[in-house]
Design a protein around this ligand. Sequence first.
Ligand SMILES: NC(=O)c1ccc[n+]([C@@H]2O[C@H](COP(=O)([O-])OP(=O)(O)OC[C@H]3O[C@@H](n4cnc5c(N)ncnc54)[C@H](O)[C@@H]3O)[C@@H](O)[C@H]2O)c1
Length: 336
Amino acid sequence: MKGIAVVGAGRIGTHHVQALTQDVRGAQVSALVDPQRERAQALAERFEIPTVAADVTEVLDRQDVDAILIATPVVTHLPIIRAAVKAGKAVFTEKPIGASLAEAREAAALTEEAGVTFQVGFNRRYAESWAAAHELVRSGAVGSIQRYHSITRDPGPYGGDPTRTPQGTIFKETLIHDFDTINWFLGDARPVTVYAAADALVAPEARGTGFLDSAVVTITYDNGAIATAEASFCAMYGYDLRGEAFGSQGMVQMGEPTNTACRSFTADGLRVPTNGTDTSRYHESYVAEFQAFVDRLHGATLDHPGAQAGVLAQTIADACQVSVAEGRVVQMGEVL
Ligand SMILES: NC(=O)c1ccc[n+]([C@@H]2O[C@H](COP(=O)([O-])OP(=O)(O)OC[C@H]3O[C@@H](n4cnc5c(N)ncnc54)[C@H](O)[C@@H]3O)[C@@H](O)[C@H]2O)c1
């Protein structure tokens, strides 16, 4: 049994504690870290976690902590990774790896030099239809991929605060999942150019402040493939993730905007529920990514999103920000 200290007891940390405790084999949550003591204490009591701490350094010497799972705001990721790697602990970090590309690169170098098990929280790779489609594409079933289209639309109504949203969030925190899955599907192909069009369409009052809630990105690859990815902070019909890889011999489609295959036909017409959030609709993908991480802690060799995948996706996110700021196509060589 491996022990995991979950760092961050906020929205996603709460979900992850539940997933690890109830659905993942071979590991237990041995500590919970959050400076918001009461929040951490309540969560620890709910899931019978023996140790609660305010700072990650308080749990790094513990024998029952083999790995650190980071579910904190992105500005805290690098300091926590530094401390964890220094203590020789394995690290699973929520995306993005760091608050900047330089931070992501530092974290990648540290984990690679130390040789610790490291994984980035790109859970979309583990969603059932993406995993199945990726296997089909790798097997050559749809030929060579010419086009990939990826969609991420967060459920509405939008409840965020544009003034408290760091610039580039739509690229660095939302579309980064799309960038990673596109890179993953395209295998050895490398991104060459990036063009991003983006605006504040959901919260137009924030226009001109740098806040962006809607974006479309075009990425060209050195094998000729052209990928597009789009995101919105507000889909009034619910959480909508989809992907489509079109190849020389066919196509694969991933994701489903509906919650269920059940359709009700009544006097009001056809109804299919589409409400839901990341943690309700994609719970299994989080469980699968944690299971892969835990299996790796036990010695399994598995395909996984590692440091270089995290850095590459973050590099594309950076290129998007340059593209929007300067209104032009960005060569990846400018930001690599
Ligand atoms: N993979 C996904 O689908 C997905 C979904 C949502 C969020 N995330 C990522 O998860 C991370 C957290 O997001 P969230 O929505 O849960 O944020 P949140 O604000 O709800 O929670 C963050 C928690 O971290 C705590 N915290 C802050 N600094 C800390 C520190 N130094 N040590 C310990 N705890 C600290 C806060 O007190 C808070 O409880 C972000 O990186 C985000 O991008 C990923």
